[in-house]
Design a binder for this molecule. Structure first.
Ligand code: 5RP
Length: 260
């Protein structure tokens, strides 16, 4: 367990996971139509990739050494009845065969499928614990993005940790320390829909880090940017090199403008 966690969380205690799992319910998401082509140039800047087994098998070179967090929940789609109605999609045997460093599964607290998704988390923890495989719980809100406040997210994170998640991924919100301080396991920040500017992204990530997050699991705000490599490099500077949001944004702008 510790060995796998240290593949994901670097010696400085921080992590930068690149989330590219969106196709599991969104299909060919904008800019992720050809995931392999998007992933390759971003690899040097990130600590791990969050992908499904389908994308891993079909588009990631088996000789690539980047740690993998395997998305192992699903079964719903954006055009279906309820995004929360997820189950476990991948066996632990397959997780081991694919040599993943961890797995990730969504929980939908407060939804009609709260019990089902929380018990899926417990089942996954029971099975993964046996093989020392860390479980990242994703506190999902489906289409209800307005749910993202400290009261709700701290409830979700704490429940996920109580059920045995090793890491919890949640959205950034105002008063983020209320989420991290009441969660006994590390918290990483998801991005949500694309922000207007990279500076906005860098500012909320920086705020989250200062308030106790250990890093990010970010997707759209990296690969939907017109300059994804610059966006990834700027986040790496913020997360691992103590850059301020402004300094990291200067990194972004200089790479974007071709002077980096
Ligand atoms: C999708 C996910 C994503 O991994 C997570 O939301 C991070 O991606 P983004 O930064 O684009 O929100 O769990 O269900």
């Amino acid at each position: 367990m510790q060995n796998r966690l240290s593949q994901l969380i670097k010696e400085d205690g921080r992590c930068f996971f690149l989330a590219m799992d969106h196709g599991y319910f969104l299909g060919p998401t904008r800019k992720l139509e050809r995931p392999g082509e998007m992933i390759a140039p971003l690899m040097p800047y990130v600590d791990a990739l969050f992908v499904t087994r389908g994308v891993l098998r079909a588009t990631i070179n088996a000789s690539a050494s980047k740690p993998i967090i395997l998305r192992v929940s699903g079964g719903t789609s954006i055009v279906g009845h309820d995004l929360a109605n997820e189950g476990i999609t991948t066996s632990v045997r397959e997780v081991i065969r694919l040599n993943a460093s961890a797995v990730g599964l969504s929980v939908f607290v407060g939804s009609d499928y709260e019990r089902q998704t929380l018990l899926s988390l417990s089942t996954l923890v029971n099975e993964c614990q046996e093989y020392g495989i860390p479980v990242m719980a994703v506190t999902a809100v489906g289409k209800e993005l307005e749910k993202r406040d400290a009261r709700y997210l701290s409830l979700c994170c704490r429940i996920a940790a109580e059920l045995g998640a090793n890491v919890v991924k949640t959205y950034w919100c105002e008063d983020f320390e209320k989420v991290t301080e009441s969660c006994p396991v590390p918290v990483v920040i998801a991005g949500g829909p694309k922000c207007e500017t990279q500076l906005e992204v860098l500012e909320f990530v920086s705020d989250g880090l200062q308030r106790g997050a250990i890093g990010v699991n970010l997707g759209r705000n990296v690969w939907q940017d017109d300059h994804p490599v610059a966006a990834a490099r700027a986040l790496q500077a913020l997360i691992h090199e103590q850059a301020t949001p402004q300094q990291a944004n200067d990194v972004y702008l200089s790479l974007r403008n071709g002077s980096g």
